[in-house]
Design a protein around this ligand. Structure first.
Ligand code: ADP
Length: 256
């Protein structure tokens, strides 16, 4: 039941009572749950064929590179990058239902964060028209869930690409600072105004502008990324200036 309580005032503004409105929201809850289940079911069903498609396109692209066929290499790189985008969307949908249903668990282990970032950078560079500039210190080992951390990095890089012009620079760094390692994704894109920064990590939040409407999205990438980093005991920091660009970063402790 959802309860709304409001004061009843007389002409002078004096409170003379309260009104209580109780609404039965069982139907709405059931509907929301069904909607969540449907999204999760569809995402799950799409994931397997899409993963298989990506592997075949990747194999074909590698073969095209070997025989130095530049037309095929170019076409297949683009197809691969589009399937990557679809995979990201589906993974985000699956993860959002995991969060909403409260069964998001981390499977932490020691892993090489530098290698993981390098792999994300290579994927992001495929068929990309941005200047992707990595600065990755090798051998930085952390403890965490590599699949989830990779979701964070993929989301940050994908946003950097989405919200900036082709041919602009995207700097991705992974560097040690004393006992921690900091990952930064910096773009020269449209930036975010101060009053939008506060809401940025809320579920379904998107900055309302002509640019963002044209670019499209669901407003769940940063919500998921922030939650994953929080589950690792840290947070995502953002610095941004409209028309200049944005920097998203997070730090995690190095494993001993
Ligand atoms: P989506 O990109 O699907 O809308 P996100 O949760 O990833 O959802 O991002 C939320 C919003 O934050 C975006 O709609 C956009 O307005 C803003 N945003 C995120 N990353 C950037 C960025 N690098 N540059 C400018 N705006 C960004």
């Amino acid at each position: 039941v959802s309860l709304t309580i409001s004061p009843i005032k007389d002409k002078t503004g004096k409170v003379i009572g309260v009104s209580k409105i109780a609404r039965d929201i069982t139907d709405r809850k059931v509907l929301e749950q069904k909607k969540g289940e449907f999204i999760s079911f569809v995402s799950h069903e799409l994931k397997t064929p899409l993963t298989s498609m990506r592997s075949y396109v990747q194999l074909a692209r590698q073969r095209a590179e070997k025989i130095a066929d530049s037309f095929l290499t170019n076409a297949l790189s683009r197809a691969e990058s589009q399937t990557q985008k679809m995979e990201k969307m589906i993974n985000d949908f699956l993860n959002i239902s995991r969060f909403d249903e409260g069964y998001m668990h981390l499977f932490p282990k020691r892993f090489d964060l530098s290698q993981l970032i390098q792999a994300c950078v290579e994927d992001a560079a495929l068929g990309s028209k941005h200047n992707i500039k990595p600065r990755i210190m090798p051998g930085l080992i952390i403890e965490g869930d590599p699949e989830m951390i990779s979701l964070v990095v993929i989301n940050l890089i994908s946003n950097a690409k989405k919200y900036s012009k082709i041919d602009s620079d995207i700097m991705i760094s992974c560097e040690q600072q004393l006992e921690t390692v900091t990952v930064r994704v910096q773009d020269q894109g449209i930036g975010i105004s101060k009053d939008n920064l506060e809401m940025l990590f809320e579920k379904f939040y998107r900055v309302q502008s002509e640019d963002t409407r044209k670019i499209g999205g669901f407003g769940i990438g940063l919500y998921l990324a922030a939650n994953v980093v929080q589950l690792h005991g840290s947070h995502i920091a953002v610095e941004s200036q409209p028309g200049v660009g944005s920097v998203f970063s997070f730090s995690l402790p190095l494993a001993h």
